[in-house]
Design a binder for this molecule. Structure first.
Ligand code: 4AZ
Length: 255
């Protein structure tokens, strides 16, 4: 119901050769793969934390002659681990983007989305939990284990290759079930040389050679520290060069 591509775009894409960096493989993709954009984290009172680059501009451009914007075309599903079913689907009431964000180098890549609730969060009950924000008094230590969650692409990707191709050359796919990966918080020196906007508002997070990582579509989703049996939100998936590529830690927004 919320197709992000026009019929003309889908037809033009089908004519592109495989391996063409501009090819999006639209006709091969399931509707949940075309609709999914980003992750987020529910912090309570109708507010979802996500990445600023997930809500790039209010005007999404027309599709098949119909004007679109975030309010008319984007929805948020919460209260389920399945991307296509369950929980509840919320409309967006408003979006607040960090005033220091800019799309070129993505400093302060954080935004808040207010949902239209209509009592739905209450109906979800225990299926929707509010995540507690990490305390700045307890910073992550070097090599600390952290966890990331999302419905983003499933395969390693080399930096600089066509975005929808995995290292093995297959087309990247989105899962329907939520995935998780254990990662490591590492020293910022490598990220400082990789990311132009590097600064104290970012976290440098590595797959540490495990082959696990966040990837496109995980953006906006939570990076979590586990304290006892509680998950605490420490970061937001922001940017990276490829996915799960060796010595390529990704940059997360520090919450
Ligand atoms: C992305 O394109 C993206 N491996 C997010 C995270 C990472 C790479 C790419 C980190 O949204």
């Amino acid at each position: 119901p919320f197709a992000q591509y026009s019929k003309a775009e889908i037809l033009a894409d089908a004519k592109r050769e495989r391996g063409d960096p501009a090819k999006l493989y639209l006709s091969e993709r399931k509707s949940h793969e075309l609709a999914h954009k980003c992750g987020g984290a529910y912090i309570g009172d109708g507010w979802v934390l996500t990445a600023a680059h997930c809500v790039p501009k209010f005007d999404l451009g027309p599709i098949d002659g119909r004007a679109r914007n975030l309010i008319t075309d984007r929805r948020i599903r919460m209260g389920t681990q399945n991307l296509t079913a369950g929980g509840a689907v919320f409309q967006i009431e408003r979006v607040v983007v960090h005033s220091g964000y800019e799309p070129e180098n993505k400093p302060h890549d954080i935004a808040m989305i207010k949902i239209v609730d209509n009592g739905q969060t209450a109906r979800l009950g225990a299926r929707l939990k509010t995540i507690r924000l990490h305390s700045p008094a307890k910073p992550l230590f070097n090599n600390e284990d952290v966890w990331v969650y999302g419905w983003g692409w499933l395969s390693p990707r080399a930096p600089g290759t066509a975005a929808r191709q995995s290292v093995g050359g297959t087309t990247q796919r989105n899962p329907t079930e939520l995935q998780q990966a254990k990662l490591k918080h590492v020293s910022g020196s490598r990220c400082q040389s990789l990311y132009k906007a590097w600064g104290p508002g970012m976290l440098c997070i590595s797959g540490a050679g495990t082959g696990r990582d966040s990837c496109q579509g995980d953006s906006g989703g939570p990076l979590v520290r586990i304290e006892g049996n509680e998950k605490v939100l420490v970061g937001i998936v922001s940017q990276g060069y490829g996915c799960a590529y060796k010595d390529m830690p990704a940059a997360y927004t520090r919450v």
